[in-house]
Ligand binder design. Sequence first.
Ligand SMILES: *Cc1c(COP(=O)(O)O)cnc(C)c1O
Length: 415
Amino acid sequence: MIAIPDLSAIEAMDAADPLRAFRARFVLPEGVTYLDGNSLGAAAPAVFAELRKAAEEEWAEGLIRSWNTAGWYDLPIRLGDRIGRLIGAAPGQTVVTDTTSINIYKTLRAAIAMRPGRNVVVAEVSSFPTDLYMAEGAISSIPSAKLRLEGIDAASIEDLIDTDVAVVLVNHVNYKSGEMRDMAALTKKIQDAGALVIWDLCHSAGALPVSLDEANADFAVGCTYKYLNGGPGSPAFVYAAARHHDAMNQPLSGWFGHARPFAFEHSYAPGQGIRRFLCGTQSALALRALDGALTIWDEVDMHALRAKSIRLTELFIQLVEAKCSRYGVTLKGPRDPARRGSQVSFVHDNSYEIMQALIERGVIGDFRAPATIRFGFTPLYVGFKDVLRAAEVLEDVLRTEAWREPRFALRTAVT
Ligand SMILES: *Cc1c(COP(=O)(O)O)cnc(C)c1O
């Protein structure tokens, strides 16, 4: 067995961490060990500065002129290209707009229409539920369309792919278990059957290097308020491979996706390239907040990020298993770091109460029904000592059975 690192070994890991300086670029409340940046990324003064400028100068002083003079109009495309670097997408294929849920709808309908004669959409029952809800909605107006689910219709997604399948909507990293798929291999399998793939990158954009172009992906969607730190409800992104741009049409044919929005023509003509995934007027303030968050990301080496992420998750698993296994906590999700995203989940019969007790002690992770406690490791602002503290507090909550206090069983609306 590998020796459990002690405090001085862990402090040495922090001292040698090449990403250490990024931590100072974020606001982290006193006494909080924040392991939920995979749900809502931490705030950064760089974001506040851009927001203040956007409100006080661009909006207040510039007024309507700022759509041109402050570049608001092109922000969805410019920010898309900056996210593109993080997800392995060459410029011109990524746009920031709307929400992930809406973008799932748009890409699903676009992809289904590109495969006439095929009527099956494949998704995963283990998916984050909105993906499934949007798939239901997307096929509801296509009478022959059907949903096939991994976990219900077959155990493995590969077994659901045949020549009836138009599109496969699949998560790169599972939100609950942290399990990562082999993007290139699954994309090839799907395309060999003549279908298209939509990758959901909510738990991989900003968590690890993604190679959409290299994997020959067709479409992708993802969040910016999780690992990318764009702020609560910040707009999502859509990627479409350049080879599909002329053939793809999305159903939310609003004027921002029009070829000539300010010609005010009476019928729709889709814009060039990725721009046609836009729908209506975008929130300039929210886009400018993301603009600020991406100034930090522009400096990040994604391979250094991945190396640290693996070391953080490996250390956490090692410490929790050494300290907490005897209390009924078991690892859920991959043990092999190559198949793990930047999060670690454990299951326990009293996960909800345990997480509430952890949060009260300043260790913020989250609970995912029915029995998962989930910890996100955002390498820009989580250090190795945070990992130690989280494992120690978890051990304390379990050993003392502090989680049994009745107030920890009260359920809140957002978990
Ligand atoms: C977070 C998340 C979403 C969120 O969708 P919204 O429309 O932003 O609420 C969707 N899918 C997955 C896989 C997620 O993790």
